[in-house]
Write a protein that binds this ligand. Structure first.
Ligand code: FES
Length: 150
C-alpha cells in the first residue's frame, strides 16, 4: 500500500492504494463519485471515460500510480460551474435512453469539443466510435454534439 497525491475536480487528496489499483475504483469506491461507470473493465466500451489533463481517458485501465500531479476531471466536476453547452444540448436532444453509458459519452464528447470547437459530422462519428451505447443513442449523440458546436 502506498500514498498518492491526486487532484480530482480541482481538489487535492492523499489516498492509500496499491500501485495497480484502477483509477476507476479510486473514483467510485474511495471518492464516492459514482457518475463514472464500470462497463467492460478492459478499455473497450468507454463507460469509464474521464479527463486526464484534458484528454479523454479510460479510468478502468489507468492505474493510480500513473496519475499523480495530473488533473482528473469526472462528470461531477464538469458541472461545477453549471451545465456546459454540450450538456444543455444533451438535455434538449433527449439523448439518454437507459443512461448507463452517458457520462462516458459526455466526457468523451466534451474533450473532443474542447479541442475541436467546430467539428464535422464525420469527425464526430469517428471520435465517438469508441464509446459504446447498447440502446443505440448514436444519432442523438451526434445531434447534440453538432448543436453544441460553434
Ligand atoms: Fe472502461 Fe469499458 S469500463 S472502457
Amino acid at each position: 500500500m502506498n500514498s498518492y497525491n491526486i487532484k480530482i475536480n480541482g481538489k487535492e487528496y492523499t489516498i492509500d492504494a496499491v500501485p495497480n489499483m484502477p483509477l476507476l475504483w479510486v473514483i467510485r469506491d474511495i471518492m464516492d463519485l459514482t457518475g463514472t461507470k464500470y462497463g467492460c473493465g478492459s478499455g473497450f466500451c468507454g463507460a469509464c471515460t474521464i479527463h486526464l489533463d484534458g484528454k479523454p481517458t479510460r479510468s478502468c485501465i489507468t492505474t493510480i500510480s500513473t496519475v499523480e500531479n495530473k488533473e482528473i476531471l469526472t462528470i461531477e466536476g464538469l458541472t461545477l460551474n453549471g451545465f456546459t453547452a454540450l450538456q444543455q444540448a444533451w438535455l434538449e436532444e433527449e439523448v439518454p435512453q437507459c443512461g448507463y453509458c452517458q457520462s462516458g459519452q459526455i466526457m468523451s464528447a466534451q474533450a473532443f469539443l474542447n479541442d475541436n470547437p467546430s467539428p464535422s459530422k464525420e469527425a464526430i462519428i469517428s471520435h465517438m466510435a469508441g464509446n459504446i451505447c447498447r440502446c443505440g443513442t448514436y444519432p442523438r449523440i451526434v445531434k447534440a454534439i453538432l448543436k453544441a458546436s460553434k
